[in-house]
Design a protein around this ligand. Structure first.
Ligand SMILES: Nc1ncnc2c1ncn2[C@@H]1O[C@H](COP(=O)(O)OP(=O)(O)OP(=O)(O)O)[C@@H](O)[C@H]1O
Ligand SMILES: [Mg+2]
Length: 143
């Protein structure tokens, strides 16, 4: 599967997130790539909403990990403040990325900062901001 979509408002992000919410189920690992402010957290927020969760999605920049309750746990990581896989191991993150024991779905922002930590990836979502409002979102299977 590969989806490419041009998005110019939040409603379109929400529509794409609703479609994506239908394909995700545990155990899955999803990487979100894109510059600062490209809309990674916003995409997770819309997916969590589409999964029927009432939980508030906020940026895990300082907490590193937020967990939301849907029909399954949604683990939302932001590796922005980490600088190596070792940093992630030190805070005990490796257990989440073992598909044999993962009980939920992981969304990971800034995974490039922890190169080597995550071996099994189900989807990669690339968000590119073009100008003031326009965003290109590409969803690909695998790494
Ligand atoms: N589809 C969209 N339509 C309109 N505004 C959006 C959209 N996606 C994101 N934004 C806005 O862009 C800003 C940054 O979004 P967000 O926090 O989701 O980015 P991010 O990629 O997670 O950034 P960071 O790398 O800092 O974590 C927010 O103010 C958000 O409301
Ligand atoms: Mg973010």
């Amino acid at each position: 599967m590969k989806i490419k979509m041009e998005i110019s408002n939040l409603r379109q992000t929400s529509e794409l997130a609703s479609v994506f919410a239908k394909v995700i189920k545990p155990p899955m690992v999803i990487l979100l790539n894109g510059d600062l402010g490209s809309g990674k957290t916003t995409f997770v927020k819309e997916v969590v909403k589409a999964l029927g969760s009432q939980d508030l999605v906020t940026s895990p920049t300082f907490t590193l990990l937020n967990t939301y309750n849907a029909n399954f746990p949604v683990y939302h990581f932001d590796m922005y403040r980490l600088s190596s896989a070792e940093d992630a191991l030190n805070v005990g993150f490796e257990e989440y990325f073992d598909k044999k024991t993962l009980d939920g779905v992981c969304f990971v922002e800034w995974s490039e900062n922890v190169e080597g930590l995550i071996h099994e990836v189900d989807y990669v979502i690339d968000i590119t901001k073009k100008g003031d409002k326009l965003r290109t979102v590409v969803i690909k299977e695998g790494k």
